[in-house]
Design a protein around this ligand. Structure first.
Ligand code: RIB
Ligand code: CA
Length: 354
């Protein structure tokens, strides 16, 4: 980012609601979001996915305390819109506690850091209500960054369809569009966040609001290798050690399935897009999700020139899909989050981040 652009973004940080299923890569993404001066975290909303809603609620509260973020944390959906849809908790990927077996350690650390030795309670509102309230309070301002199943966003749209025209933008980590053979990580054609609730994803992608999809096409290009992860140790107070330990389980999983000695920076790439969109190449066109049969959960963009023929994409708004990324810029951004010289949110007015 050049100096002028950086100055502008830091002077007017983007207000963000983070919708998440933490999750090891979610925990990393939240750290970058919490630390970066171009972003202003306003709330965290949880969803099932990498664990049950009880697990993701607990982790979101622990992470908010560990990263010293005094923002509401609201509980979201425990399962997909259609109860009979496939529901899978990714405990084989993220561990039974969703944080690679170190959630208890993170909780103890967060308690020690907390001024009143407490992990903050959940907000009284359900996630979709909190999203609607914050969007309605500041029409045109809020960016939603969603890095889990899209159930909460779909529920918010159903609850108050007017929010579609009041959200600044929606950034989604999810889906896969086949760039360089990146097609799916749960089935040959479906990515985890989308297949966990395909009906919700289709609603979100076809709503009349601007969506940017940061899918496997780019997130699998951003590999945090073991040496990069090891370099987090001893940095960011206790955070670097926590993330290094949490990623041990995640790295083993990826070595077992893809043979990489590192991890994909899925959710952190969505945050990187919010901070440095210039690091990504976009493609325009409406996006639909396949609902039936063996293709269930597949994300398909129609990026052809309109021919006038009626298709399932006709009449749907054009959305943006990321098809290229400068991976080194994403890795550099995440590394900066640990840099004390780039001690990010310290100039913020009270109540707008640590
Ligand atoms: O497919 C990757 C996505 O699924 C990430 O958001 C990860 O946290 C899991 O939710
Ligand atoms: Ca996630």
């Amino acid at each position: 980012m050049n100096d002028k652009k950086a100055a502008k973004r830091f002077a007017h940080p983007m207000p963000v609601i983070f919708d998440t299923d933490p999750g090891i890569d979610d925990a990393m993404a939240l750290y970058l979001l919490a630390r970066h001066p171009a972003l202003d975290l306003r709330a965290i909303t949880t969803v099932f996915g990498n664990g049950s809603i009880a697990v993701t609620n607990r982790n979101a509260r622990i992470l908010a305390a560990l990263y010293q973020q005094a923002v509401p944390v609201a509980a979201g959906a425990a399962g997909p819109l259609h109860d009979n849809a496939l529901r899978e908790f990714s405990s084989h990927v993220h561990g039974d506690d969703g944080l690679g077996g170190v959630a208890d350690l993170a909780e103890r650390t967060a308690l020690a850091l907390s001024p009143n030795a407490q992990i903050p309670p959940l907000d009284a509102r359900p996630a979709h209500q909190l999203i609607c309230d914050l969007v309605n309070a500041e029409p045109g301002a809020i960016t939603l960054i969603a890095v889990g199943p899209l159930t909460n966003l779909a529920l918010a749209l159903r609850h108050d369809p007017s929010i579609a025209s009041k959200v600044h933008q929606v950034i989604v980590m999810g889906g896969a569009f086949g760039t360089a053979g990146r097609c799916g990580n749960v089935t040959p054609v479906a990515e985890a966040n989308v297949i966990n609730d395909p009906e919700a994803a289709d609603l979100v992608f076809t709503a009349d609001w601007p969506v940017v999809i940061v899918g496997l096409d780019v997130t699998q290009e951003v590999v945090m290798e073991e040496s990069y992860l090891a370099s987090m140790q001893g940095r960011g107070g206790a955070v670097g050690d926590f993330l290094w330990q949490a990623t041990r389980h995640y790295q083993d999983f990826y070595f077992g399935c893809d043979g990489i000695k590192g991890i994909y920076a899925h959710d952190a790439s969505a945050i990187a897009y919010a901070i440095e969109p210039e690091a990504f190449t976009l493609r325009s066109g409406p996006v639909r999700v396949a609902m039936e049969g063996i293709a269930r959960g597949q994300t398909i963009q129609d990026f052809r020139k309109p021919s006038g023929a009626q298709t399932p994409w006709s009449g749907c708004p054009s959305q943006q899909v990321c098809i290229g990324v400068q991976a080194e810029r994403v890795l550099a951004l995440f590394d900066q989050a640990f840099d004390p010289a780039f001690d990010l949110n310290t100039d913020r007015p009270a109540g707008q981040g640590a």
